[in-house]
Write a protein that binds this ligand. Structure first.
Ligand SMILES: [Mg+2]
Length: 182
């Protein structure tokens, strides 16, 4: 049944690759340690994988849609040698000030994919390194996971909402928990 599928929405910068602020060239793409192993585990487990990234550099005219696609392509090349890694690539190009529809913490991309793939929200995870990632997951009614490496996280821990966010030291620890239960 489609609804039984586990789906993971993954942030890009700071979650899969090193966050270098508006990277323009594929040469700047650098995988974070264990990202390849972690995403391979999720793939082997049969998860649907969605890349979900805010790329306001496009709206700010710092980078083009083509630059973003080239960097995504390089990341995918580094992540896998078994063809496509992601089932869909969801890029939000809007600026935060422009009343964005797709930009995290908006749940719009997640909700759209949950409907398109006929998923159960309890089987879906939003994984990222920032509060806006977690809030996108919460706003969409799916599981929210933070990779603890960002200074925003300690502030968030004090919030009521943080009770609904699972925090892992790395994407690999999350993948192990999800696929092995450890
Ligand atoms: Mg990030």
């Amino acid at each position: 049944m489609a609804g039984d599928k586990v789906a993971v929405f993954l942030d890009r910068d700071g979650t899969i690759i090193v966050d270098k602020n508006y990277i323009k060239s594929p040469d700047e793409v650098e995988l974070l340690p264990s990202a390849r192993e972690a995403i391979g585990m999720l793939r082997d487990f049969g998860c649907l994988l969605f890349l979900f990234s805010n790329q306001s550099g496009v709206a700010r005219r710092l980078v083009t849609v083509g630059d973003v696609a080239a960097c995504n392509g390089r990341m995918i090349e580094l992540l896998g040698d078994r063809g496509e890694v992601f089932d869909e690539i969801c890029m939000a190009y809007e600026e935060p000030s422009a009343n964005p529809i797709w930009r995290k913490p908006s749940p719009k991309f997640i909700v759209t994919m949950v409907e398109k793939y006929n998923l159960f929200s309890k089987n879906c995870y939003m994984v990222g390194d920032k509060e806006s990632d977690a809030m996108a997951g919460i706003n969409a009614g799916i599981n929210a996971v933070l990779i603890r490496k960002n200074s925003l996280v300690p502030a968030l821990i004090d919030c009521e909402i943080a009770k609904n966010i699972a925090i892992f030291p790395s994407i690999l620890e999350f993948s192990k928990r999800l696929t092995l239960g450890t």
